[in-house]
Ligand binder design. Structure first.
Ligand code: ZN
Length: 279
């Protein structure tokens, strides 16, 4: 009999790949269909060096005898439980209209200002800043493009001011489609950055997605651990309209996994609620 803990760990090992998620609901199906893809061969790293070297270089005799040629160790399956999706300090935290920050007035402890053009002069988490510097540098080196930070961290209080002003000017229905309520904004995590082109073009506008900067970011942000968080075709999932300027730091491992699997939202990847209605 498998203990509860053992079963949970076993299940986690099997549901690492997106293709196995549905099958994981039925353990028997998982065993039949996904165990091969999820199992990991013993790594060569665990072998003594001499043995690893010998198995890696088949002799002519072994080829003649049909000994299987060793292949490279498979890439370890992605562990989607490696970081929290609820802890606001985690780069995987999923914040939307159904998932407010907890606590609601959370504030990061390591806010910093990267040495980058910063229009609204807003800080961000240190990890976000380091990745953003690397991304802007690569955009310049690879494509000759310049960028600026339009906005980044917003506190609960400043988000409240933005939201309340939007409600006062346009009404609550409009504001809810346009601005996150305080405690429901990714900007409060310190992991979200709104990026503009330099010289400015289509700042905070859907047409930013058609600028060279917007196109380069959409194609390359994943390499630096960022996600275009509000794609045009996922409004019903994320709850927000298309924002080609809003990039969310999620770390390079998760960003690479999303890129590889073609999943474009955190809600879909982690199987979490979202949508346009507030909880
Ligand atoms: Zn934003």
């Amino acid at each position: 009999m498998i203990s509860v803990t053992g079963l949970a760990g076993y299940r986690r090992a099997l549901v690492r790949r997106g293709s196995c998620v549905a099958a994981a609901l039925a353990v028997a199906v998982v065993l039949a269909g996904c165990s091969a893809a999820s199992s990991e061969s013993p790594s060569h790293a665990s072998l003594p060096p001499h043995r690893a070297g010998r198995t890696a270089l088949p002799t002519p005799e072994s080829r003649l005898l049909g000994t299987p040629t060793p292949t490279a160790s498979p890439t370890p399956a992605f562990d989607r439980y490696a970081s929290s999706v609820s802890d606001p300090r985690s780069p995987w935290v999923v914040v939307n209209k159904q998932r407010p920050l907890s606590p609601l007035d959370y504030a990061p402890a390591d806010l910093t200002y990267p040495d980058l053009p910063n229009i609204n002069h807003q800080p961000m988490r240190a990890e976000t800043a380091a990745a953003l510097v690397a991304m802007f540098r690569a955009g310049k080196a690879e494509a000759g493009l310049d960028f600026s930070v339009q906005s980044a961290y917003r506190s609960f209080e400043s988000q409240k001011r933005v939201y309340d002003a939007d409600v006062a000017q346009h009404g609550q229905a409009y504001a809810d489609g346009d601005t996150a309520r305080p405690g429901h904004s990714e900007h409060q995590t310190g992991f979200a950055v709104d990026i503009s082109a330099v010289p400015a073009a289509c700042s905070l506008d859907a047409c930013f997605g058609t600028t060279p900067q917007g196109r380069w970011l959409a194609a390359n942000a994943w390499r630096f651990g960022f996600l275009l968080r509000y794609p045009a075709d996922k409004v019903a999932v994320t709850g927000f309209t298309y924002e080609p300027w809003h990039f969310r730091y999620i770390g390079t491992s998760l960003a690479a996994e999303l890129h590889a699997t073609g999943v474009t939202t955190l809600e879909e990847f982690f199987g979490l609620p979202g949508g346009t209605e507030y909880r």
